[in-house]
Design a protein around this ligand. Structure first.
Ligand code: UDP
Length: 237
């Protein structure tokens, strides 16, 4: 089997990836399947930082529509990402690999605070590093966090897990003629308005020449396949 194409990556999992068949919260069996995939990947010698979203619990914009100030809603969203990281951390450790949650918001009773040196050290020890609480600032997303941490931690790529196996010319769920791109430059994705990530995340990726690999997490072993240059995916970069 071919060797992994990258030595250090950031995997971005949306909060929704943890809901499984439900539409809110966390489905334990799904968390365990994702943890098994991450552990199998770490065992290949790939250093893994994992940014988990919080949309399965709270999204700041949605909370603010109910009259809560947006920064408060965003803080709720960031706290949701911490819960997601903790459940994933526990599952990864149960599956036999060390893991550490590092939070961008200080919560000393819960987990260590994120800082670059600490994250690098943990990655170097082969621990899966769960990057919680997004950037620690309201008005950002966990997509932006993934690219930011990717650049900070010298990752070679951001693997964006979705429920579609790449970037298409149109929405493949609505348009039967939609075609999947194998490869695109950041510039092409922008010019074609393909919205691979939100604007801030994408701008940061383009500026730092960070490849973004969009793939579907629905199949077991998806992360490993992408890293072996196999599974269906679109490479933007
Ligand atoms: N969030 C934030 N700052 C960040 C990252 C996230 O305020 O740096 C908040 C924001 O409200 C966001 C929520 O956390 O809606 C959950 O993150 P995101 O929407 O990126 O999660 P996903 O859609 O990937 O599940």
């Amino acid at each position: 089997m071919s060797d992994p194409i990258y030595r250090r990556v950031i995997v971005k999992l949306s909060g929704e990836a943890l809901t499984g068949s439900g539409d809110f919260g966390i489905e334990q069996a799904t968390v365990e399947r994702l943890a098994a995939d991450l552990v199998a990947t770490a065992r290949l010698g790939v250093e893994l930082g994992v940014v988990v979203g919080g949309g399965n619990i709270f999204r700041g914009v949605e909370v603010s529509e109910r009259g809560v100030p947006r920064p408060v809603g965003d803080t709720m969203g960031m706290l949701a990402t911490v819960m997601n990281c903790l459940v994933l951390e526990a599952a990864i450790e149960r599956a036999g690999c060390e893991a550490r949650t590092l939070s961008a918001l200080a919560m000393p009773a819960v987990c260590e605070m994120y800082n670059r040196k600490r994250a690098m050290k943990n990655l170097g020890k082969g621990r899966v590093v769960l990057l919680a609480a997004g950037t620690g600032n309201p008005f950002f997303t966990t997509d932006t966090t993934a690219v930011l941490r990717g650049a900070e931690l010298e990752a070679q790529a951001v693997l964006k897990a979705t429920n579609v196996d790449g970037v298409y010319t149109a929405d493949p769920k609505k348009d039967p003629n939609a075609k999947r791109y194998e490869r695109l430059s950041h510039q092409e994705a922008l010019a074609k308005d393909l919205r691979v990530m939100d604007g801030a995340a994408f701008a940061l990726a383009r500026e730092n020449r960070m490849p973004i690999i969009v793939f579907s997490i629905d199949e077991k072993g998806a992360i490993e396949s992408v890293l072996r240059g196999k599974g269906r995916a679109t490479v933007v970069g």
